[in-house]
Design a protein around this ligand. Structure first.
Ligand SMILES: C[S@@+](CC[C@H](N)C(=O)[O-])C[C@H]1O[C@@H](n2cnc3c(N)ncnc32)[C@H](O)[C@@H]1O
Length: 234
């Protein structure tokens, strides 16, 4: 199913408090739309990513990998004002769209990074520092030879595990059964510290944007089954 087009935010909207860029070359196919062109005013990602360096306080930090249009961050940062939320999105126009959503909603506890989440989580997030990692509806990369591009893979699972505090959560939802089963199997094998997957329930939705993410909304509205789990680091 193709993604619906998104509107670019008004150039007058100030995103400088809500958008960082991570200037690192990304693989060709993922990079479409990631050119930041002449938009140099956005700050660079700090060398170390913590609540202190990004938000200037010490509240628990939750990171979402692949935020798309930013529905999760917008809703969750309102529901849980005591935590900080940082979204990382590799396609620049989506990162900007999500940052615009957060700026318009006046969120001070949620920001975006435009860039590749994998090196950021592996290299810039201190061990044992995160409250949660969220990955919702990652790109499936159906072809076998492309599977190594999946954002939930052996390397990223190790990074999530290292970055999470003890008791910290990793949420993984997808509508691709093969991705779901392969991930559950892989985690059991390489990351026993995550224990067993804990099933998560869908929430009743009371209005059109009352879903965990846009892709959850799309799947539910099209009666496509969704597989939802959470892990808690031991
Ligand atoms: C299928 S979309 C799902 C978006 C959103 N999570 C949702 O559920 O509506 C997957 C998103 O992950 C992003 N993505 C893929 N690889 C990424 C990476 N290495 N770092 C950050 N974002 C990535 C894609 O650009 C895309 O926006």
């Amino acid at each position: 199913m193709p993604r619906s087009p998104i509107r670019a935010p008004k150039p007058t909207l100030d995103l400088s408090d809500h958008l960082y860029v991570f200037r690192q070359p990304v693989p060709g196919e993922l990079a479409s739309g990631s050119d930041t062109g002449s938009e140099l005013p956005f700050p660079e990602v700090p060398p170390t990513i913590t609540s202190e360096t990004v938000f200037g306080n010490d509240r628990p930090l939750e990171i979402e990998v692949g935020s798309g249009k930013g529905l999760f961050l917008t809703n969750e940062s309102e529901r849980n004002g005591e935590h900080n939320f940082l979204g990382i999105e590799i396609i620049h126009k989506y990162a900007k769209h999500s940052a615009a959503r957060l700026a318009k909603a006046g969120r001070s506890n949620a920001k975006m990074i435009s860039g590749n989440a994998q090196p950021l989580l592996a290299d810039r997030v201190p061990a044992g520092s995160l409250e949660a990692v969220h990955v919702y509806f990652p790109d499936p990369w159906w072809k076998k030879r492309h599977r190594k591009r999946r954002v939930v893979n052996e390397g990223s699972v190790q990074s999530f595990l290292t970055a999470l505090r003890s008791g910290g959560r990793f949420h993984f939802w997808t509508d691709v059964l093969d991705y779901f089963e392969a991930t559950i199997e892989m985690i059991a094998e390489i990351a026993p510290e995550f224990g067993v997957p804990i099933p998560e329930e869908k929430s009743p939705s009371s209005h059109d944007l009352d879903y965990r993410t846009h892709f959850e909304r799309r799947s539910r509205q099209n009666q496509i089954p969704v597989y939802r789990v959470r892990y808690e680091k031991r």
